[in-house]
Ligand binder design. Structure first.
Ligand code: ARE
Length: 530
């Protein structure tokens, strides 16, 4: 190693095991290697490594071997000049990911509770301050529609925040130990948990620990007591008083809430927040009290029926804090970070997986923009795979979510949508459906963060039945196939606008063919199992 030569270390991303096989990777400076070979002890011999992916700096080579025990190996690399370089020897036990086993069998369904279904009788009671736009969905509504989820075949739920808060999206939490009363409160939550357990369905909750609500009692204490507040170190306060006097005047004026919200926006205040949103003061993650608080909340809901957490703005919190949380959590809890860029600092040791934005970007480039061809798409996939290592099987994969435009709106028609969905359901990582996608729910393009947050449509007559039936079929396929969940990904042909690949595990081999020309009529996919 070193000296610009090929690199390998028996680390989580270069030597790991999944489903009884071992992946060995080697990295070299781009354009230097003619042939890379993995050298095993005598009886097993030499195995040529596959050229997996490249970026501007590096090229990655990979070999997949049967078995998952300790390995003795070295590498032999021939450069284009004919020079032979040896790396190694190594002797190591492949890294084994700690993802809870139940995760791999799942297809997630994401619900934004306010936008899904109303189950409580009557209209939801109003709140004093409302950042507009409540649609009145609640947890009883989810219980009412569990049959729909069963019919669809999904077996895990991800709910956007459900704790006490002022807004419909609930990312401004005022009480982390209380299910929002407008959603039905603790009683309905407990019932939902029970119903999910009966159906062997799992549940992950949205943990907003980057910031709290401005109206959280701790922050309110800082606003009131200033420097004397025992919570002043809970937040990132940059000066006192925390807010100018005008702030409170506007806050308590008779103006409509949205007016007040925007008037306040233009003031100066003395604390860090989420994207300069005054409603969301940023927590001080260096504080031990804050860490203890986060841990308590996470444990509290895991003990009360949650199976894991999706952690909001995880990339805005030091990775080392998440590693600390992870160590304290039960092994069975699935932890997914909302990380939008490079996931490498976060997996596999802070989270089991992250929300797979890098995959989403690639999907956009191939399926939506048509800006890259299948060959470039494959290189992107393989590069991401080389970065993620075994965590790629636990990534939270999506075509859309509550922060994006609906994928159907982006591609414009159902055939193209279903081809992309076929890819998602047959690729590595945990697939998810954003509520409504299964019936062809539309949003509006260019609508910002709330573009895709329309209320669910429950009249069957208005559903896109082709999307619904095909989504069901793809989910069944995914759930039944260990190869799709954990199998090796074997590219067969990625050329022009066509991709053919296999997913292989033991005797099971699933072959996927997706033709995706830019004319939607000619888009089609085909999956065969042998
Ligand atoms: C609301 C309105 C917005 C308005 C904003 C400010 O919807 O139109 O601009 O208020 O007034 C939640 C709600 C949002 C709400 C927001 C603020 O869901 O509706 O916005 O709170 O009150 C960045 C972050 C990433 C974050 C996204 C939204 O890095 O962590 O922005 N995602 C999470 C959740 C959101 C949630 C929050 C965080 C806040 O999933 O739903 O918002 O708790 C590029 C950048 C990314 C950036 C992304 C924005 O890709 O690289 O860093 O993500 O754009 O899409």
């Amino acid at each position: 190693n070193g000296g610009g030569g090929p690199f390998h270390a028996p680390s989580a991303t270069y030597l790991y095991t999944v489903a009884g096989r071992t992946h060995v990777l080697l990295r070299a400076k781009v354009g230097t290697v003619a042939k890379a070979t993995l050298v095993l002890p005598k009886s097993e011999g030499m195995v040529e490594m596959r050229r997996k992916a490249r970026d501007e700096l590096f090229e990655y080579f990979e070999v997949v071997l049967p078995g998952d025990g300790e390995l003795e190996y070295s590498f032999e690399v021939r450069t284009w000049e004919g020079v032979i370089r040896k790396t190694g020897p190594f002797r190591a036990v492949p890294y084994r990911p700690e993802t809870p086993r139940w995760v791999y069998e799942r297809v997630f369904y994401q619900i934004m509770p306010d936008r899904f279904e109303r189950g409580l009788p009557g209209t939801p009671p109003g709140t004093r301050l409302r950042a507009g736009d409540f649609h009145g969905g609640d947890l009883a509504g989810i219980i009412k529609r569990l049959e729909h989820l069963e019919e669809l075949g999904v077996n895990a739920l991800y709910l956007t925040p459900i704790f006490e808060s002022m807004t419909y999206h609930r990312y401004d939490v005022t009480d982390y130990f209380r299910i929002d009363r407008k959603l039905g409160g603790w009683g309905v939550f407990r019932k939902l948990v029970g119903e999910l357990k009966k159906r062997d369905s799992r549940l992950i909750l949205d943990g907003v620990f980057h910031h709290t609500s401005f109206f959280h009692p701790y922050f309110q204490d800082v606003v009131r007591a200033g420097e004397g507040s025992e919570y002043r170190r809970f937040y990132r306060i940059t000066g006192f008083p925390v807010i100018p006097e005008q702030f409170l005047r506007i806050l308590h004026s008779e103006e409509p809430w949205t007016e007040r919200y925007h008037l306040i926006k233009s003031l100066d205040w003395n604390y860090e927040s989420f994207y300069s949103v005054w409603l969301m003061p940023r927590l001080n993650h260096d504080s031990q009290e804050v860490r203890t608080f986060i841990l308590e909340v996470m444990e509290y809901w895991l003990e009360r029926g949650a199976d894991g957490w999706r952690l909001d703005v995880a990339h805005g919190v030091p990775p080392e804090l998440w590693r600390e949380m992870r160590k304290a959590m039960p092994e069975e809890a699935y932890l997914v970070g909302e990380v939008m860029d490079d996931p490498r600092p976060w997996v596999p040791d802070a989270f089991h997986g992250t929300m797979n934005y890098p995959l989403y970007e690639l999907i956009l480039r191939f399926f939506v923009e048509g800006e890259i061809d299948a060959g470039e798409f494959l290189n992107g996939l393989e590069l991401l795979s080389a970065h993620l290592g075994p965590a790629e099987y636990a990534m939270y994969n999506f075509l859309d979510n509550h922060d994006t435009e609906r994928f159907l709106d982006l591609v414009g028609d159902e055939r193209r949508y279903l081809c992309a969905l076929a890819f998602l359901m047959t690729y590595k990582g945990i697939p998810s459906i954003f509520y409504g996608d299964e019936i062809g729910l539309r949003g509006r393009l260019g609508g910002g963060l709330s573009a895709g947050r329309a209320f669910m449509v429950w009249e069957r007559g208005k559903w896109d039945t082709e999307i619904f039936e095909t989504t069901k079929r793809l989910i069944q396929l995914r759930r039944k196939s260990r190869a799709l969940q954990l199998g090796e990904f074997v590219p067969v042909r990625f050329q022009g606008r066509t991709m053919i690949y296999e997913r292989v595990l033991g005797d099971e081999r699933v072959r996927v063919e997706i033709r995706y020309p830019m004319e939607p009529e000619d888009c089609a996919f085909h999956v065969t199992t042998s």
